[in-house]
Design a protein around this ligand. Sequence first.
Ligand code: PLP
Length: 331
Amino acid sequence: MMLATAHPRPVANPATLPTITDVLAAQSRLDGVVVRTPVGEYAELDRATDAAIVVKHENQQRTGAFKARGASNLLLSMSDAERARGVVAYSTGNHAQGVAYAARLTGTACTIVMPDDPNPVKLRAVLDLGADVLLHGATFDDARARATDLAHESGARLVGAANEPAIIAGVGTLYLELFQQAPGLDALVVPVGGGSGAAAAGLVAAAVAPYTEVIGVQSAASPAAHDSWHSGELVERPNTTRAEGLAVGCGFEVTQALMREHLTDVVLVSDDEIAAAQRLYLTGAHTVAEGAGAAALAAVLADPGRFAGRRVGVVCTGGNASSDELLRALT
Ligand SMILES: *Cc1c(COP(=O)(O)O)cnc(C)c1O
């Protein structure tokens, strides 16, 4: 007998969950479409963490973030008839750039709804990719409501950032690469917004690196995915982090189902700890991370007892930082 619960639980139908087979198909589809990004090891990062850190540089991916992988896989998987109706997405930035990139690649009409006052770097990049941009509402969640209406009215495909199996499969290609480039990781730390990255990491690790524990990290100022994972329910939470890629206010069914199956923990860091990790990336690895891109390194710095002496992968998920953000990280 089913008991009524106060909140929906993350019990996605297994038939809708992507598998490692879908990730392998995505890898063929994305050949030549996205970059096989490098990994780097840096003495300064090892010294600061007391661990052996391997950075996966998705800040060097097309569009400056890993989102190009998932969106390209999804749009390349659509039929010509579906693509002819266009796509709509809502985003604080990097998902928008990923979808706009994939739309240009496939010749698909694309409208992006962003919250008012977007990161100017990300707004300009989306416009440069040829997408139409609509600014609406104060937060990601307002933009989502408007995009949903727009897709309903126009018949365009709404491309969500989280409950999309084809996006998770596309993002999984990042982790296939990483486990080939850096075998033998003891742990892998992945920043979490909607959870596609962490879901993909867990799925791929379970298949090809079962002894690597996968840990998600979110900002304490936007803890919805963290709280959903720990409570086993899909919860809504305040959403005030400065790290745009982590600014999501609720848990999602598909990503939470995979995260619950495959992650060993989800942790929180503060926005100030994220800024300190951005600074360490700049000075110690000579690489630009946006806030979300530095969250995994922040999680390692925040918990030396857990990571000391271990070989730890951290995904630098994106590098689209505004100059204001970089100035704040350096002061
Ligand atoms: C989107 C994003 C994240 C979070 O990824 P999810 O798949 O939404 O959990 C982390 N870092 C960057 C740079 C992002 O753009």
